[in-house]
Design a protein around this ligand. Sequence first.
Ligand SMILES: O=c1ccn([C@@H]2O[C@H](COP(=O)(O)OP(=O)(O)O[C@H]3O[C@H](CO)[C@@H](O)[C@H](O)[C@H]3O)[C@@H](O)[C@H]2O)c(=O)[nH]1
Ligand SMILES: O=C(O)[C@H](O)COP(=O)(O)O
Length: 216
Amino acid sequence: MRTIPGVRAVVVVDDGSTDGTATIAAREGAEVVRHPRNHGKADAMMSGLGRVSGLRRVGRLDEGTSVLFVDADLEASAQAVGALVGPVARGEADLTIATLPQQQGSAGGHGLVVGLARRGIEELTGWSPQQPLSGMRCLSPAAIQAATPFARGWGVEVGMTVDVLDAGLTILEVPCDLQHRVTGTDWRSQVHRAAQYRDVALALGVRRLRRRLGHD
Ligand SMILES: O=c1ccn([C@@H]2O[C@H](COP(=O)(O)OP(=O)(O)O[C@H]3O[C@H](CO)[C@@H](O)[C@H](O)[C@H]3O)[C@@H](O)[C@H]2O)c(=O)[nH]1
Ligand SMILES: O=C(O)[C@H](O)COP(=O)(O)O
């Protein structure tokens, strides 16, 4: 991450892990935020943003800093997220979202969560994303303001997409050569998908309701 042009600081959120993540990240020069217990993805991202605000307050980052969110399971391919930075830095988009190539290993899903997310975003905004759950995203300051506070848990990406478009901002999907650990077919994976389905449905439901109340 440090070697991506334009990156001024790396913040690692250790969301209640029991391995050496925090120690290793700090040793490598990252700003580390540690959750003693697991809080889920959206809270981890909010904690990361909190640290970015802190770095701004002490003058380590500029006021107009953009933020690049990167999942923890990309290994060496993670560097490819650098492609998300340029369009935001040049003002061509307020939010860039990585699209991933075909992943190695068998994916065990039937596209239920992805379909729910895509259809929901399209119904609310008219835009149909290729990979609505992709979490590798670069946000301009305006997009950060529009997207926060985040929808809870696994609803964060869907909520962010709808909120950024609602604010009249622009989104661009950018192909990135990333490989992540795919969710499998065992029962743990299915429990994970059920949680994703619940959080995506909740994020969409809240936004449908807001729209209805806004129009009445
Ligand atoms: O309690 C958690 C769980 C996950 N994460 C982060 O979220 C990432 C994605 O989680 P993962 O378990 O890999 O879920 P996937 O189903 O593989 O994730 C897909 O779907 C998610 C939305 O449901 C997106 O956030 C991801 O970017 C997308 O790859 C992880 O790498 C972590 O960085 C947390 O911070 N806290
Ligand atoms: O495996 C995945 O891509 C996610 O967990 C979503 O699962 P899905 O295939 O049910 O949309």
